[in-house]
Design a protein around this ligand. Structure first.
Ligand code: GAF
Length: 384
């Protein structure tokens, strides 16, 4: 759906002129599960996004329409709470965040559409939250800092979707910049844009088209294990706040004797934060081979130590890791399904997709989707 069609569709339902906002999905080059550990991540916004058309109402009502679900939701500011309508919760969570910050909103009509594949690990939910936050700020002419919009969006995910996510996805959706990856320090929230120069290569996403049901609960469990590890270290080193502040030696001394599983999870995170630093240096030096090697290392850790991969993701990485034209491959995002991200030589892309799709289908009876990724800008108003 083009923005003009979105505007038309909005007018047919709500009979008034909207403003249009878009907020993108994201990829992550490296730095997985490090965000909620105060660590480093390296995401980039993509050219697949959530689009929102919005207008003011004269009352305090919330009227929503989802293009994907062809469904309406109606509510009122006096009773903003988690609803039975799952897709509406991402929007309601953001409304709740504005109200809790005493930011005055008018009632509104909102039509939502997106082309970020759902459940693919491309942060469609963060894109919905950020598009809504940006739209509400624009509609009500509120001068809320972009960082606060990302934080309101993250809180919506915690409280209305039940996932205790870090800040990476919302940050990337708001602050993305075409042709750049961002190295974000998730403690200070300072970031650096790094040109995504992949001369002769492209980033290719291979979507397993599965999302195993334990993903949300396992995500929260991992986060709890990391926090447990921090607590054990902190008892001896009071200044420690996050795994970011912890060394492998500290883990061996204070966590491993308590619980080996917690140690293994924490040890992966400590190593992954170091890998992001090395990956940033490699990208700046144009050393794509090293970047790819680090990505493969990340996958190994996510699969064997952190245990957030699945057989479909492992299969896809196994199929490409020995291929000369593929420099790096790994599962991306929270895990338990979704996409792998691969650095593939231009000329080899088509054949690789064809070959891996066939093998994937033979192995699992499932069809694979593939996207050659283009980066894009973060949240913005669309002027027609
Ligand atoms: C999900 C979360 F939403 C992010 O905050 C991040 O933790 C990611 O999984 C794993 O790196 O996308």
């Amino acid at each position: 759906m083009e923005p003009l069609q979105l505007k038309q569709a909005f007018k047919e339902i709500f009979d008034t002129e909207p403003i249009l906002i878009k907020s993108p999905g994201r990829i992550n080059i490296i730095g997985e599960h490090t965000d909620y550990n105060g660590g480093l991540v390296m995401p980039a916004a993509i050219n697949k996004a959530v689009y929102v058309a919005i207008s003011k109402r004269d009352d305090s009502e919330i009227h929503l329409f989802s293009e994907s679900y062809q469904e309406k939701y109606t509510g009122h500011f006096s009773s903003v709470k988690k609803s039975e309508t799952a897709w509406a919760n991402y929007i309601l969570g953001v409304v709740d965040g504005f109200l809790k910050r005493d930011l005055t909103l008018s009632g509104f009509n909102l039509y939502i559409y997106g082309d970020v594949p759902l459940g693919a690990g491309l942060s469609s939910s963060a894109a919905i939250e950020c598009a809504t936050a940006y739209a509400l700020a624009q509609l009500n002419e509120l001068s809320v800092a972009k960082m606060d919009l990302a934080l309101i969006a993250q809180k919506a995910e915690h409280e209305f979707a039940g996932v205790n996510c870090g800040i990476m996805d919302q940050f990337a959706s708001v602050f993305g910049k075409a042709d750049y990856a961002m190295m974000l320090d998730c403690r200070s929230l300072k970031h650096e844009y790094i040109p995504l120069k992949l001369d002769g290569y492209k980033l290719v996403l291979l979507n397993t088209n599965v999302k195993h049901s334990l993903s949300d609960s396992a995500y929260n469990d991992r986060r709890a294990q990391c926090e447990q590890g921090v607590a054990w270290v902190k008892a001896h080193h009071p200044s420690v706040e996050f795994l970011r502040d912890v060394s492998e030696d500290m883990l061996l001394t204070h966590v491993q004797p308590q619980n080996n599983e917690v140690y293994t999870k924490c040890s992966f995170i400590v190593a992954e934060i170091e890998r992001v630093k090395k990956a940033a240096a490699a990208l700046k030096d144009g050393d794509l081979k090293e970047l790819g090697r680090l990505m493969l290392e990340t996958h190994e850790g996510l699969s064997k130590a952190y245990e957030v991969s699945c057989k479909e993701l492992d299969f896809l990485v196994d199929q490409v890791k020995e291929v000369d034209e593929v420099l790096g491959a790994r599962m991306m995002g929270g895990g338990f399904g979704g996409c792998t991200i691969n650095i593939v030589k231009d000329e080899a892309i088509e054949e690789l997709i064809e070959k891996v799709s066939k093998l994937y289908n033979e192995q699992f009876g499932l069809s694979l989707s593939a996207y050659v990724v283009q980066t894009g800008n973060g949240s913005e108003v669309i002027n027609l």
